[in-house]
Design a protein around this ligand. Structure first.
Ligand code: NAI
Ligand code: BGC
Length: 268
């Protein structure tokens, strides 16, 4: 076992070739974990990230797979166990938006968001928990038998007009996460959610790519800056490590204060 917080452990990050997932994958690698980069498109981005993470002195592997497809998720976990022997940390990060006014929202837009953001987290969490239970404790690397981190959002708490499918998917992640924490706590499996505010990634380009949009966004953020993937990576390392060993079933907001509702600072 090395001297870094996550040395000797293996982490799978879904949707890891972009944005928050890439930031989390780098942070976990820097903390000593071997990292699997799951991706669904743009293999060249996944390969570049694998090369960068290997330069930290850990192992990394890119695996293509659509998290909303049971057979692809199961094949991915088989590949992980074949290559690394087991998995210690799952970061359920893959997600997307398909925005529309509710009266114009199509069933396809609804279904795509639920399939990826919710069913994808179910399928990956189930395979991870099956592997944690099969393998049992590894006290040489962690007090917990396994750790699952769900990428939720401030929108598990803040309703979001024009994004009903997305907000519904994140509200559901809260109950998925808490129910899993309850069901598997006695097996020392920890399950928590990260709830980011606005983080600068391709998912929300419209919210930061012009000065006007950025100014408008700042009216929602007391701390007055947009978040970066590295902010989320730092929290993911904490939640994956024994520093957070007594934390399970928690939604941790990391949002520059967005959930204290800055827009009420001089109104209401
Ligand atoms: P992004 O668009 O940069 O990354 C999303 C990743 O998920 C991409 O790699 C994409 O290819 C992947 N993905 C999409 N469908 C997939 C599928 N079926 N199977 C596997 N991978 C798939 O966006 P970002 O911001 O990095 O989003 C990551 C997570 O963070 C999402 O769950 C999102 O809801 C959440 N989030 C983002 C916030 C933000 O402000 N950027 C704030 C709160 C939550
Ligand atoms: C969404 C982003 C948005 C952020 C804050 C995230 O869940 O994916 O588009 O900027 O919440 O509203």
């Amino acid at each position: 076992m090395g001297d870094k917080k996550l040395s000797g452990q293996t982490a799978l990050v879904t949707g890891a070739n972009s944005g928050i997932g890439a930031g989390v994958a780098k942070s976990l690698g820097q903390a000593g974990a071997n990292v699997i980069i799951n991706y669904v498109s743009k293999p060249e981005d996944a390969d570049a990230l694998v090369a960068e993470i290997k330069s930290y002195g850990v192992d990394a592997l890119a695996i293509q797979g659509d998290v909303s497809k049971e057979d692809q998720v199961q094949a991915m976990f088989r590949q992980v166990v074949d290559h690394f022997g087991t998995i210690d940390i799952l970061v359920n990060n893959a997600g997307l938006q398909r925005d529309a006014k509710f009266d114009e929202l199509t069933l396809a837009q609804w279904q795509t968001v639920i399939d990826v953001n919710l069913t994808g987290q179910f399928l990956c969490a189930r395979e991870a928990i099956r592997e944690f239970l099969r393998r049992g404790p590894r006290p040489d690397v962690s007090r917990a038998t396994g750790k699952i981190i769900c990428m939720s959002s401030v929108h598990e708490a803040i309703p979001w007009a024009g994004h009903v499918n997305y907000a519904a998917s994140k509200g559901a992640i809260k109950m998925l996460m808490q129910s899993l924490a309850q069901e598997y706590g006695d097996r020392q499996i920890r399950v928590n959610s990260i709830c980011p505010g606005a983080i600068q990634t391709p998912i929300n380009t419209g919210a930061w790519s012009t000065p006007q949009a950025l100014n408008s966004l700042m009216t929602l953020i007391p701390y007055n800056r947009i978040g970066q993937p590295e902010d989320i990576g730092n929290l993911a390392v904490f939640l994956a490590s024994d520093d957070s060993d007594y934390i399970t079933g928690a939604s941790i907001f990391i949002d520059g204060g967005m959930t204290v509702l800055e827009s009420f600072s001089d109104g209401g």
